[in-house]
Write a protein of this length. Sequence first.
Length: 215
Amino acid sequence: MRKCVFCGRESTTKDHLPTKNLHKGLNITNLITVPSCRECNSGISKDEEFFRNVINLSTYGSSENAKFIFENSIARSIRERPRLGSYMHSKMIPLEGVFTKNGDIIEEAVGFVTDKRDNERISTILDKHIKGLFYFNFNIIMPNTFMLTHFPFEKAAEHMQDEISKFQWVNQHEGVFTYGFNYVPDNLQSIWCLVFYDKPISISFVMDHKVGEVS
């Protein structure tokens, strides 16, 4: 019986990496797929949408692919759901701006302020990507003794230049999704970097909390 790489239950479908809403309408082939149960595949779709919106806002000004996703998916969602537009607009930092709360596009880029709940939702999607990539690269489901910790790339990179320089990089989809990683062969503890629309987003640590424990 194949197991879901995210929860360990029976796999009944496949999930894609990166999530489909990050490249809907783009000419993307050779998608990574991993075994998944239906609940893990579709049960966090609202969090996936939120993650897409946050990533898109931070990359809109520098990526034609991000601009395409905004204009063809996000702007329509905002117009159809005014509360979504108002919420996202309230979170924007006026660095340069991207859209009004009604979904009208302006030619600038923004930052995005997140609170605790927002960060939890972002971590949920980062967890999903890292667990999927762990399985794809090592051909095993991440053990339940492993813990994931995520940091914004800019904050972590200040102290990790040597480690990042040793990463193996995989340009999975040009201009959409790239990832880098390094790992300890003996136990698969690892460090990952996810890059969306050519912008590094996060540094993620995968650590076995039982390593080093004294019996």
